[in-house]
Design a protein around this ligand. Sequence first.
Ligand code: NAP
Length: 274
Amino acid sequence: MTVTLPSGESVPALGMGTWMMAEARSSRATEIAALREGLDLGLTLIDTAEMYGSGAAESLVGEALGGRRDEVFLVSKVLPSNASVAGTVRACEASLRRLGTDRLDLYLLHWRGGVPLSATVEAFAGLVSAGKIRHWGVSNFDLADMRELVALPGFCQTNQILYNLSRRGPEHDLLPWHASAGMPIMAYSPVEQGRLLRSPVLASVAARHDATPAQVALAWVLRLPHVNAIPKAGTVEHVRENARALELRLSTEDLAELDGAFPPPSGPGPLEML
Ligand code: NAP
């Protein structure tokens, strides 16, 4: 299952997140094994950020990639406090060093800060020209931010936002806007950092398919053709379980039951962030 970017490139619909990895030395080998298992299973989109562990997550990803860099669609993010023209270039070069690579496939502005958007976009364009990033995009942008962004020169490839069964606000206006613009969104925290997995409704839907609540939560996010999901899983077992979500097709009955427990938005609301 793939998602097509505005560039025309297809990327795996299901990838892997890395926030909270590299926090404890004792779990390092387990986390690296989890990421490598994901690559073996085709989850070759990896999301990281300079913010995660103040660079430690990027270093861990670099180690996990080993000689496999070319298999991966690698995503990292610049902090808004670094997002000036010169600061973005410096931050990108530091991310590349930690990741042990010469290019990112996608570089995102982590969220909007005080730097004018035009400066960050100018820096992204320079990084593309220099071959240090292949594509760029944004994260945590609401509809007004996206409209402002697309009026600037250049081609944003995605908007990484909080989207899962318990965070359906973007369905009101942001997701329809993205669908009509032909630009995917990348759903972060797709299992609500584990909180969704305790839902009896997810357990009930999962039971009908001999599946698990995590697989239901991920299959629900992936039901839309222009949405990526990037769950973070710190163990090989969780990665294997999540990868099997790609085989799960939710029925009309499943979707109705999930709508009952997690209703779609009835009107506009601010974009939520974690
Ligand atoms: P998440 O992926 O919704 O949840 C991660 C949590 O769920 C971890 O505790 C993980 O535990 C657990 N989990 C995953 N698969 C599981 C399974 N099959 N069974 C049981 N537990 C499972 O939350 P997230 O990490 O916040 O979001 C995912 C990624 O999105 C992040 O890692 C990061 O890359 C990105 N993100 C971006 C932003 C942004 O502002 N752009 C914000 C938040 C997140 P284990 O580790 O024990 O497997």
